[in-house]
Design a binder for this molecule. Structure first.
Ligand SMILES: [Zn+2]
Length: 512
């Protein structure tokens, strides 16, 4: 694995053919983390802390470089039902103060574990994810030999297709490449540092981040940046003010978290950070993540420019890292509503929609439970709320929930399928059809609904025992013929189709 990583690193370096003449060089202080130093540090941490540090990758960059990702948690290599939180940095290549902060946060957690009770509780109770360099191609370019590259923020997409990196004509702004109000964005000039790309999701770095966030469903996502010029310096941006002025349904909790976090974070001069809402007008990560998943997505602008020198570099990293501890404690201790949604029939986790009616708006979300364990975590302020849990073909359940000023109020939910007469069992699941061959045969036909991603299909008896996996990775909108197990007794069964974002259960009457 490490050999592969290093070979890819070597390839990527060769691919970065430098072009353009030097204009001016800002000093790149040696305190800033280079990618190879981060790779070596990850390896060292993995050796030193094998139980609580696990390294993997978010995906692969446009030039084939692994996008480093690490989880710090007890049993770090195992996905546990704990609240997750995700810190990432330097999707804009030259905004490297965030990388310094991420590395300082990781060091503090690893070194504090077992000796400092607060850090120990955070590591034990959370799944804490870090991606120190979201844009490794750009990062290498910034630290390469071309002095102009100090100002580079984009990926290294070869816009003009000439097999080399041209400054400033190549590259895509990975924070303008999300499919959010895409057509309204006029950042269509490839040589702009804010070029949105040829189409949404054109950058593999963006797809990798999206897929990770959708899969892990962090309680909070933090995207570290630095302002290129003075303005909006040392700010936390929370989601979001709509262009027409409308506040979102999580507005109060988003702002509260931002204000507490900002007050716990210090600038290089020792002052607290400021807060402001983000606008929802650009194809940015923060807009897409919050708008489409309801996950609380934040952007922090660290410092008032990108490059610092001397001790300030480490000071910034450590002060921002300390502020990040507030977010860890908020994810660990709430307040909010959490719980697990399972099937009353099978006992298995369900991918259900979780609404807090006082904080609901059809334009945001929906919030789904975790595909693997059925868990949800919805941050709130203290107060009285109404929780509504729903899933297609199941009976919707609502609960009054009194949330205290701290702690997760746990509401575990069992959902029952809507029962209908056995006679119409086949028509309540249009995706599942009993083929001609069933009578006297052993096969069923199904066509998963469009919009459902590739799904596995399993067969259960009515007591919830899994009898067989009938198919895996089945594409939607296409007929599939699946074989039932041998010696299946006549009776009523459940057929469950599970994809990444949804599941459907249908009953099957089998009479041989
Ligand atoms: Zn930025």
């Amino acid at each position: 694995m490490l050999d592969t990583v290093r070979q890819r690193v070597a390839c990527a370096v060769l691919l970065v053919l430098l072009a353009g003449l030097s204009v001016s060089a800002q000093a790149q202080d040696p305190r800033y983390w280079r990618l190879d130093d981060i790779i070596a540090q990850f390896d060292a941490w993995e050796l030193a802390y094998p139980d609580i540090f696990h390294q993997t990758t978010l995906g692969t960059s446009g030039q084939g470089e692994p996008i480093l990702l690490a989880c710090i948690s007890d049993n770090a290599s195992v996905r546990e039902p704990e609240p997750a939180i995700f810190f990432h940095a330097a999707q804009h290549a030259n905004e490297v103060n965030g990388t310094t902060a991420v590395m300082a946060q990781m060091a503090a957690l690893l070194e504090g574990y077992g000796s400092d009770p607060a850090f120990t509780a955070r590591v034990d109770g959370l799944e804490i994810w870090f991606a120190p360099v979201r844009n490794p191609d750009g990062h290498r370019y910034v630290f390469g030999d071309n002095p102009s590259a100090d100002d580079w923020r984009k990926t290294l997409r070869d816009n003009n297709d000439n097999q080399q990196v041209d400054f400033p004509d190549d590259g895509v702004d990975s924070n303008r490449n999300w499919d959010w109000r895409w057509l309204e964005s006029n950042e269509a000039n490839p040589s702009s540092q804010k070029y949105k790309g040829p189409y949404p999701w054109s950058e593999p770095e963006v797809v990798a981040a999206r897929d990770f966030i959708v899969r892990e469903k962090p309680v909070i996502v933090v995207d570290y940046h630095s302002p290129v010029t003075i303005g909006w310096s040392n700010y936390v941006f929370y989601p979001f003010q709509r262009q027409n002025g409308g506040q979102t349904p999580d507005w109060d909790v988003c702002r509260d978290i931002a204000q507490e976090w900002a007050s716990e974070t210090r600038t290089v001069g020792g002052n607290p950070f400021s807060t402001i809402y983000a606008y929802d007008t650009l194809p940015k990560e923060q807009c897409w993540v919050y708008g489409n998943t309801g996950i609380l997505a934040y952007l922090m602008e660290i410092g008032d420019h990108c490059w610092y020198t001397g001790a300030s570099v480490d000071t910034i990293g450590i002060r921002v890292a300390r502020g990040g501890s507030y977010l860890l404690d908020r994810a660990l201790d709430g307040p909010g509503i959490s719980g697990t949604v399972t099937s009353a029939i099978t006992g298995l986790p369900l991918i259900a929609e979780v609404r807090i009616l006082e904080m609901h708006d059809d334009a945001i979300g929906p919030r789904y439970t975790d595909q693997d364990n059925g868990q949800f975590h919805r941050p709130t302020l203290g107060g009285n709320f109404t929780l509504e849990v729903s899933l297609r073909d199941h009976v919707t359940q609502t609960f009054p929930v009194d949330v205290a000023g701290s702690g997760w109020t746990v509401v575990d939910v069992e959902l029952s399928p809507i029962t209908t007469a056995v006679a119409d069992v086949i028509t309540d699941a249009p995706w599942l059809r009993i083929g001609d061959t069933l009578r006297g045969g052993r096969s069923v036909h199904l066509a998963l609904p469009s919009g459902m991603s590739a799904a596995s299909v399993e067969l259960f008896d009515l007591r919830g025992r899994r009898l067989a996996t009938l198919g895996r990775d089945l594409a939607p909108d296409r007929p599939h013929r699946l074989t039932l197990p041998n010696a299946l007794a006549d009776g009523v069964y459940l057929v469950r189709a599970v994809s990444r974002m949804q599941q459907q259960v249908a009953r099957l009457v089998y009479i041989n």
